[in-house]
Design a protein around this ligand. Structure first.
Ligand code: HEC
Ligand code: HEC
Length: 311
């Protein structure tokens, strides 16, 4: 009886610590940041109706494909990922699905002033300009109209917003800076399966060069994200993606301007990377439960059998 009472007291205090004290301590160490639903309310609303057909011409005239591939349309810069990383600090993302992954207001502001949209103005000035140049108009009367047209064009060539997959979202919005060892993702794209060790080593040497480039650009090497889903909860990741400055004031990591859906896809990718066996484990868990139930049943019957003989 006394043992039972002690057990109850210990259990009670353990649970109390778990539910109250731990989250409280955690809240003290990491400021709580509320989601703003990916509204990007600080960015100006689009005032012009974009025209995708006109936007196609402006996109060409605007020079976007000097730095960005649009592989879905067969447009390539002609520069390797490795050379692009050396030139710009990171390999600029393919824009095939940019219209679906990034918020429209964000895209418009990005084209006008990249450092502003990305919340990294503290890192750049006239002496050290952002590697993506601001667009100053392609000869039209109204720069806001030209930008709205380009955004409409990017939306028209992209998959539907709800068709953005974890892989697309992660590779476009995060993959130029962060490697994910567990999925073989590197700053230069997915590591191929090489037939010859020599080719693999060459690729790895190129990745090390690209990492040096991003390190020089960002001030430090962005961490490998294979395991982050285990150390940070989803709320943290979501609000961090929405606005990195809210958690790490002064950080070099840009706000990438993804939509709420694309952010969910990014987190989904991190879950798959950090825990690729989750589905298998659920299945095993079920089998273990069934096994336990039978085990307890047999143990009970066996015990009854033995005691029956003893009495
Ligand atoms: C242009 C490069 C760049 C891009 C793009 C980028 N990051 Fe980062 N990220 C960084 C850098 C640099 C750091 C280190 C920040 C620091 O310590 O100030 C970082 C840190 C992080 C961290 C660690 C935060 C912590 O508290 O330790 C996470 C998680 C992260 N990034 C996730 C993402 C995700 C998810 C995306 C895509 C939605 C992304 N990053 C896009 C550069 C980038
Ligand atoms: C001189 C090269 C250059 C040109 C020209 C250029 N960009 Fe970029 N762009 C970059 C670089 C470099 C990055 C990555 C910056 C970073 O991660 O800090 C980038 C990033 C982007 C992103 C990803 C933004 C994000 O938040 O993840 C989009 C979208 C984009 N550019 C669109 C465009 C469009 C549209 C044009 C044409 C109007 C254009 N770019 C012209 C170099 C360029």
């Amino acid at each position: 009886m006394k043992e039972l009472f002690i057990l109850a007291v210990v259990t009670f205090f353990s649970l109390l610590t778990y539910w109250l004290v731990e989250p409280f301590a955690h809240g003290q160490m990491h400021a709580h940041v509320d989601s703003k639903s990916f509204a990007y309310a600080d960015l100006p609303a689009l005032t012009k109706q974009g025209d995708a057909t006109r936007g196609a011409d402006t996109f060409m005239a605007g020079g976007c494909i000097g730095c960005h591939n649009v592989k879905a349309l067969g447009m390539e810069t002609g520069m390797s990922a490795k050379d692009a990383a050396a030139a710009y600090g990171v390999n600029p993302p393919d824009l095939s699905n940019a219209g679906a992954i990034y918020d429209a207001k964000f895209l418009a502001d990005l084209i006008k002033n990249p450092a502003h949209a990305m919340s990294v103005e503290h890192k750049f000035d006239d002496m050290h300009p952002h590697p993506m140049p601001a667009f100053y108009g392609a000869g039209g009367e109204d720069i806001d109209q030209e930008i709205a047209d380009m955004v409409a064009y990017m939306q028209s060539i992209a998959v539907k917003a709800e068709e953005v997959t974890p892989k697309m979202a992660f590779e476009d919005a995060c993959g130029r800076c962060h490697a994910v060892r567990y999925t073989k993702w590197t700053q230069l794209g997915e590591m191929p399966n090489f037939k010859y060790k020599k080719d693999e080593l060459r690729f790895q040497a190129d990745v090390l060069d690209a990492q040096d480039a991003v390190k020089a650009y960002m001030g430090k090497l962005p961490p490998d994200l294979s395991m982050y889903i285990r150390s940070r909860n989803e709320h943290f990741l979501s609000t961090f993606i929405e606005d990195p400055q809210s958690h790490l004031h002064g950080t070099a990591m840009p706000r990438v301007g993804v939509t709420a859906h694309a952010s969910e896809q990014v987190i989904e990718y991190m879950k798959m990377a950090g825990d690729p066996l989750a589905a298998d484990r659920d299945e095993i868990g079920k089998n273990v439960m069934i096994y336990m139930i039978f085990f307890v049943l047999f143990a009970y019957l066996w015990k009854r059998q033995i005691w029956k003989d003893l009495h």
